[in-house]
Design a protein around this ligand. Structure first.
Ligand code: PMP
Length: 292
């Protein structure tokens, strides 16, 4: 059976799920989105994802007609219609259909889309042995231009970085901020461990406030691991004992080499592994349950 996609009040088979070419989401990347996971009929951290979606919408002065409750219902119903126990969920709210000019006021009604599908993860061996990443020349968006905290449909900054990484033969890119400090990867936040202290760039370094990032900070504090949100350089990362990335799709994935420098002993570290396990356990508990 073909997957069904929700658009503005109705569900359509995937091949018929279409929006107008005049939608400003397409014409200008004018809109916001969330990537969410369902694990065994539990929508993980749904409240946190919806909070971030509504905050992003508020910043771009986009009024979502649905409240949290209605959005939750639509997401759960879309999962049920597609019989998905484990899924990747994409909630998208665009400015809606307008004319060819920029003016968002010409767009009368936001387009609300919910896509649910099976999740494609990095291969198992990368979770076991770790990723190799590369710093790319593209700098993360300046917070006073398009703040990386805003999860907008404008992902060209990240896509350019991704192109630079894959062009050089790497799957993931490290972006620095406009001051040359570590920001994040194209779709993941970054962490390092040095002398048993867990560190990650503060949000003011210009990063997305990752839901997985927040979960890892909580789990680490719970485990009495020392945690610091601090400005980091590439030098700090090169000389870390452990490095890992966090994100909804990737979850927690170890990094063992950056720009050719081996991190620690070149294998996923103990703290990384214990946080990977703790995160996995959390995905069984923290969210909104549904039944098929
Ligand atoms: N940074 C960027 C740029 C992202 O797009 C994402 C989400 N894919 C993340 C970090 C991780 O955020 P989250 O843990 O909320 O998925």
């Amino acid at each position: 059976m073909e997957l069904e996609v929700y658009i503005d009040g109705k569900w359509y088979p995937k091949s018929e799920a279409k929006i107008s070419v005049f939608d400003h989401g397409l014409l200008y990347g004018d809109g916001v989105f969330e990537g969410i996971r369902a694990y065994n009929c539990l929508v993980f951290k749904l409240r946190e994802h919806l909070d971030r979606l509504y905050e992003s919408a508020h910043t771009i002065m986009l009024k979502i007609s649905f409240d949290h409750k209605k959005m939750t219902e639509v997401i759960v119903q879309t999962l049920k219609r597609n019989h998905l126990r484990d899924a990747y969920i994409r909630a998208v709210v665009t400015r809606g259909t307008g004319d060819l000019g920029l003016d968002p006021q010409k767009c009368k009604k936001p387009t609300i889309i919910v896509i649910t599908d099976k999740i494609v993860l990095y291969p198992d061996r990368l979770y076991k042995h770790g990723l190799e990443i590369i710093t790319v020349p593209t700098v993360r968006n300046h917070p006073e231009a398009v703040n990386p905290a805003l999860k907008s449909l404008n992902y060209l900054n990240n896509i350019l970085a991704k192109i630079e990484a894959t062009h050089s033969g790497y799957v993931e890119a490290l972006l620095l901020n406009h001051q040359g400090y570590v920001a994040e990867c194209t779709g993941d936040n970054i962490f390092m461990v040095k002398n048993d202290t867990l560190m990650t760039p503060p949000t003011y370094a210009g990063v997305l406030r990752g839901i997985t990032r927040a979960a890892i900070l909580d789990l680490a504090r719970h485990k009495k691991i020392e945690v610091e949100e601090k400005i980091l350089t590439r030098h700090d990362l090169f000389n870390a004992n452990e490095v890992f990335l966090t994100g909804t799709a990737a979850e927690v994935i170890p990094v063992v080499k950056i720009d050719g420098r081996t991190i620690g002993n070149g294998e996923p570290g103990k703290i990384t592994q214990s946080l990977m396990k703790a995160f996995h356990d959390l995905t069984k508990k923290d969210g909104v349950r549904y039944s098929l």
